[in-house]
Design a protein around this ligand. Sequence first.
Ligand code: PTJ
Length: 250
Amino acid sequence: MIPKDHPRYRSLIIRERIIEGFRRGIVSEAGLIAHGRGECFDYLLGEKTHPFAEEAMRAAVAMMKLALRPVISVNGNAAALVPKELVELSKILNAPLEVNIFYRTEERVQRIAERLREHGADEILGTDPAFRVELENISHARRYVDRRGIYMADVVLIPLEDGDRTEKLVEMGKKTIAIDLNPLSRTAQKAHITIVDNIVRAMPRMIEIAKEMDEEEAKRVLENYDNKRVLAEAIRTINKRLEELSRRIF
Ligand code: PTJ
């Protein structure tokens, strides 16, 4: 039990969710490590949503609203941290959820799907071998995608994705939207839209934005969006924060 007055209460509660997800067979071993990396970048960002992330979230929602076949890719960490929000965003944006994991076991695919169902998901892609397609030139398990989902999608939301797959999706002509706390990761750099924020803060905010934004606004938002500028702003923000913190010491 984490005491509420602990200075790092919120971060520790989120960490507990990942550990619980690991115990329930939803999160992979590597998912625990990935979470630690995320925590570190979140610390550098001051554990809050910055204007550059808000801007990227608005562009992300706009892109999904205007898409013909948007899909939300779900891995172990995302399912452990924000299952309810994934289901809600999927329904608002009419974007199916597809379980797509890096460290693939059939059991974990089913556990993740079960968790999404517990939170109200009706249809979940990526679980039925009959619809499985193999992407070429990609060696690990994320080469498997669902024919009705990512394979056909024009826009894919990829929270906490690995670099190889992001590159592959971009190469296939898909618009990709990453949620990644590390603005230097290959995924962050390769995606068309990069939300440098914690998924636990980003998803609820994206739901709010999705409820408010109409098509006209979506078009305007996308026209003015520049991911390179947003990424550079994220890196500069970390840099400024570190300088400030170091000055406080000496
Ligand atoms: O469930 P699986 O098998 O698909 O595996 C999922 C992981 C996350 C293990 C897999 O996709 C992986 O290895 O990813 P990477 O390459 O470690 O990248 C994960 C990225 O997510 C890193 O850049 C982290 O900084 C970032 N990250 C971690 N936690 C969060 C996060 N970004 C946003 N919100 C978080 N809570």
